[in-house]
Design a binder for this molecule. Structure first.
Ligand SMILES: Cc1cc2nc3c(=O)[nH]c(=O)nc-3n(C[C@H](O)[C@H](O)[C@H](O)COP(=O)(O)OP(=O)(O)OC[C@H]3O[C@@H](n4cnc5c(N)ncnc54)[C@H](O)[C@@H]3O)c2cc1C
Length: 401
């Protein structure tokens, strides 16, 4: 999709900073909301999307979270994916979105881990998720390829968990939003003008200032920097996450669920390959343009963990690897969504801590509702509000991988 370099107007009802997954979702849902007839500008610094989180995602969805709102968000996500074409107005050109349900399998290696998985499964079941707790014997029967030494239980999502083609969703949100009149420009927001309690405009890299009714911060791992332009502080930082696509000399004869090993390394089926993910040992804030890979991580940490859990994976060949950034909420690893209390027309859709792709339908819908009617009309996203930080009432998500 071609981006203009300059906006056609000097003022918009809504200016969205960042045109990747969250920006595109917000733009599309807004343009499709029956109560909205305003103008929308999306400002994206890099329409190649090479460096954003969206380009580095693993694009999976799960129901296994430890907070009820995250389970509810994912339930909507799965429903939205399954009915994608209808959700985009039934256009026959819009493809169905592939959902490969291999399930997530969390393994507990300690008494505390077991207790956490059991409590989480209960919460997930209460919220409609099909999570099953499996003993080592049941695990061995269903997945005979694991070495279960030290494993106390597994928690398996038996429905609505797996890979979905989020890239297609992203493309079509942009296209449909543009067709509905949303303007996308290639530019960088370098400043935010404000009065005491309102954002009044965004300053672009070319020096122009664009007036705004509402500003949406959809800047991913750069969200804290963008909020800082308005004098606001967010507990969000870019953190590196590694992905490896590997070929196995001895592939499994069944799907590998997205297995979250007690070591923190996770692995799953990926077509004819397998996809493996890990965090660095020193999990620290990095610059948003730091994509340098620690070449030792694979040999020192990742491959040993994988080959220990699945001895059949002794021989693996890395065919591709990359580093991406989580927009990591350092306080409770959950999203910050909705108006900032100090600047109520500055809306957040930030801090997804590695689970934002699957949450993007619910987030775009929720923000659109908020902009149109000042409240969430369907799923109440207020648990993600910034107020919880100010009040010290955190919404801790423990199932962060
Ligand atoms: C390795 C990895 C694996 C992941 N796996 C999953 C998964 O399996 N499931 C899942 O749900 N989530 C996953 N995620 C998380 C998910 O990819 C992100 O939550 C999601 O892509 C965030 O989208 P975003 O639009 O908020 O941020 P981004 O994709 O980072 O987009 C932000 C955009 O804002 C633009 N921008 C920033 N500042 C400015 C500015 N000042 N002016 C103009 N434009 C600006 C940037 O150029 C960028 O395009 C993963 C992430 C990583 C890194």
């Amino acid at each position: 999709m071609k981006f203009a370099s300059a906006p056609s107007q000097s003022k918009y009802d809504v200016v969205i900073i960042g045109g990747a997954m969250m920006g595109a979702s917000t733009a599309w849902f807004l343009s499709a909301h029956p109560g909205f007839d305003g103008s929308v500008l999306v400002v994206e610094r890099d329409p190649s999307y090479e460096l954003c989180s969206t380009a580095h995602t693993n694009s999976c969805i799960r129901q296994q979270f430890t907070t009820a709102i995250n389970v509810q968000v994912s339930q909507f996500g799965v429903d939205y994916i399954r009915n994608f074409r209808a959700n985009l107005g039934g256009d026959p050109d819009v493809p169905d979105i592939k959902l490969h349900e291999f399930g997530y399998l969390y393994l507990a290696g300690s008494a505390e881990g077991e207790q956490n998985l059991r409590a989480a499964a209960q919460l997930q079941n209460e919220n409609g998720a099909a999570t099953e707790i499996l003993t080592p014997e049941q695990l061995a029967e269903r997945f005979p390829f694991y070495d279960l030494d030290g494993v106390r239980i597994g928690s398996l999502g038996t429905a609505d968990e797996g890979y979905f083609d989020g890239g297609t969703m992203f493309d079509w949100w942009k296209r449909k939003a543009r067709d509905a009149g949303v303007e996308f420009v290639q530019n960088e927001v370098v400043g935010i003008e404000r009065s005491a309690d309102r954002a009044t405009g965004v300053k672009l890299a070319d020096g122009s200032v664009i007036g705004c009714g509402v500003v949406v911060n959809a800047a991913g791992p750069r969200a804290a920097g963008v909020a800082g332009m308005a004098g606001l502080s967010l507990p969000i930082e870019p953190r590196k996450r590694y992905t490896y696509v590997v070929e196995a000399e001895n592939p499994l004869d069944q799907d590998l669920p997205l297995t979250v090993d007690p070591s923190g390394v996770h692995m799953r089926t990926d077509g004819q390959y397998y996809m493996i993910g890990a965090a660095p040992d020193e999990d620290i804030a990095v610059a948003p343009d730091d994509f340098v890979e620690d070449l030792g991580l694979w040999m020192d940490k990742v491959w040993p963990a994988v080959a220990t859990r699945i001895p059949q994976f002794e021989a693996l060949r890395v065919v591709q690897s990359w580093v991406g950034h989580y927009a990591y909420n350092t306080l409770d690893q959950n999203a910050l969504v909705g108006p900032h209390p100090e600047l109520p027309n500055f809306l957040l859709v930030n801090g997804f801590s590695g689970h934002g792709f699957q949450q993007s339908p619910a987030m775009g819908r929720g923000l659109a509702e908020w902009i149109v009617s000042g409240r969430y009309e369907t799923l109440d996203l207020s648990p993600f509000g910034f107020e919880r930080i100010a009040q010290g009432k955190l919404l801790v998500e423990q199932a962060v991988i």
